[in-house]
Design a protein around this ligand. Structure first.
Ligand SMILES: [Zn+2]
Length: 226
């Protein structure tokens, strides 16, 4: 058994002490199981077949599980801003209970989380896209690109409250692949928490293509209305 499999096994033993919870209502659930309590509410916000209504330049396929509204928005904001980093794994386990999510991820060879701003990381102490990527990796067995593979070279202001054109200018050429070796001849999956206009994903895909990556996909928890 390789190192990755051992890590996954040990990780699963941890669920015995600290079982997965529904990221939306905090009830204990079995790993990869749906929460019966808030399933009807969740279903109302679920995207049919994980299909996002956006198309993003340079990104071949997108998997998006929910609309960014009501209890979904609340759960994601809690994970991001209320010091609840463990929620990333709970979100991933819940979404992977959906067969389509699993099948989608299996098309890729490596995961690249969207890099966060340095200032943001220092304020929060954790990096949400990286935590989501690590949880996917642990569950599905696809590696995450090492830190420093893709970096944010421009420390841009927050995107919230900006319109499409402002977002585009703000993020133009903001990302760069510093080490292309782990990505060579790989199908790369970008992971982020929320997609709004798709500008971030577009710029990340641009940097990946520039480094020679052919196939780029995107996986997000939810799609927000601009
Ligand atoms: Zn629930």
């Amino acid at each position: 058994m390789n190192k990755q499999n051992w890590r996954r096994r040990l990780h699963r033993v941890g669920w015995w002490f600290s079982p997965p919870r529904c990221p939306l209502c905090q009830r204990v659930v079995a790993p990869f199981a749906r929460c019966k309590e808030c399933l009807p509410e969740q279903r109302k916000l679920q995207m049919p077949e994980g299909k996002c209504s956006l198309s993003v330049e340079g990104v071949e396929n997108i998997f998006c599980f929910w609309q960014y509204k009501d209890l979904i928005r609340h759960g994601i904001l809690q994970m991001k801003f209320q010091k609840m980093p463990w929620q990333a794994e709970n979100f991933v386990l819940l979404i992977l209970s959906h067969k389509g999510a699993y099948t989608f991820i299996r098309q890729f060879d490596i995961i690249v989380p969207v890099p966060s701003r340095k200032r943001k990381l220092h304020g929060r102490g954790y990096d949400v896209p990286r935590l989501l990527a690590q949880a996917i990796s642990m569950a599905v067995g696809i590696p995450v690109a090492p830190k420093g593979t893709l970096v944010k070279i421009k420390d841009t202001p927050r995107q919230v409250g900006l319109d499409g054109e402002q977002r585009r200018k703000n993020l133009q050429d903001a990302f760069s692949v510093e080490n292309a070796t782990p990505l060579l001849e790989k199908r790369v999956l970008i992971v982020d928490d929320v997609v709004t206009t798709g500008t971030t994903a577009k710029e990340v895909a641009k940097a990946l293509h520039k480094a020679g990556v052919d196939h780029v996909g995107l996986w997000v928890l939810a799609q927000a209305e601009p």
